[in-house]
Design a protein. Structure first.
Lengths: 184, 129
């Protein structure tokens, strides 16, 4: 079957409850969504998969609410961000937040080469220097390639707030990288 | 090239590989598809609820259409008059000696009829509707 556009697939899911169409959407977006959660959770694969699964279930249940005002991927990332936000809020009442106890959780037992694992380790270690909002803005821009207006749509923050988080986050990361010899 | 440009290049280089990283599916899509809520079951539940309300509505309409209200009124009047007759007969023929009633038994009967029975009826009706 020829690859359909996102809007065509969403319509099929919303109107006909076509699960094959939803399967195509999940296959297409599982990688960016899981990568987004991996970056937010500093490499916790099990937690990332749980949150990504919850995101796709919410997308399926609420798909009739998608009005096409933004692209499907922006709407999907907005749900993913809300899922993560709800998760951190619920966790904050139980234990201190991720930023208070940055713990890089990348699995070194996965089938990655040692060099790739080390690089991931470095990235998550660097990201652990940031506050949650800074981390979200930085990863959405530098890893997912989202422009500032899209980051604002996804997070619900005003564009100036996004810019502030990006500025502070980049300053912290630059200092961290320089202190660890990455600028040589 | 100023410091900000250099810093930006440093950051972009650092995250370049992460930006290209693709997460393998490894059965993730199947797991998501298996955990989706079943629209068919929800639809069946909604239909059964609609059917219940339709039957109730039909029952009410038929009740009024076939003069159920008058029949009910007449039935209540008959019961009421029977009770009145029975009461008057009882009062005129009752023995003059006092009948001792245990207040606890009276309280239990009143509680059973006034509280327990209506509560159970309400509970069962809620479960059905």
């Amino acid at each position: 079957m020829a690859e359909l556009s996102d809007i065509a697939l969403v319509t099929q899911v919303a109107v006909l409850h076509n699960k094959r169409a939803f399967d195509q959407l999940v296959r297409k977006y599982q990688s960016p969504v899981r990568r987004f959660f991996l970056n937010q959770t500093l490499g916790n694969e099990a937690l990332s998969d749980d949150l990504a699964q919850e995101t796709f279930i919410k997308v399926y249940v609420n798909i009739t609410k998608f009005r096409g005002m933004s692209s499907f991927s922006t709407w999907l990332f907005r749900i993913a961000y809300n899922v993560f936000y709800d998760y951190t809020r619920s966790k904050k009442s139980e234990v201190s937040s991720l930023e208070d106890t940055p713990a890089v959780a990348v699995s070194l037992t996965s089938n990655l080469s040692p060099a790739t694992s080390a690089l991931k380790m470095d990235i998550y270690q660097a990201l652990s220097q940031l506050k949650e909002e800074e981390r979200t803005c930085i990863t959405l821009q530098l890893i997912d390639g989202q422009p500032i207006d899209k980051i604002s749509d996804i997070t619900g923050m005003p564009q100036n707030t996004v810019k502030s988080h990006l500025k502070r986050g980049k300053d912290k990361l630059t200092d961290y990288l320089k202190n660890n010899g990455y600028d040589r | 090239m100023d410091m900000t440009d250099k810093d930006n290049i440093l950051l972009e280089d650092f995250f370049k590989q992460a930006a290209q990283q693709q997460v393998e599916d490894n059965g993730f899509t199947e797991r998501v598809m298996l955990s989706l809520p079943d629209h068919q079951a929800e639809k069946t539940h909604r239909l059964s609820l609609l059917w219940t309300w339709f039957c109730i509505l039909l029952g009410v309409v038929l009740f009024f259409a076939f003069g159920g209200l008058e029949t009910l009124k007449a039935g209540i009047m008959v019961v009421f008059q029977t009770v009145l007759t029975w009461l008057s007969v009882f009062l005129t023929t009752a023995p003059t000696t006092e009948v001792s009633l245990n207040p606890l038994v009276v309280l239990l009967v009143v509680a059973f009829v006034g509280v327990y029975l209506p509560y159970q009826t309400y509970r069962k009706l809620s479960a059905i509707l």
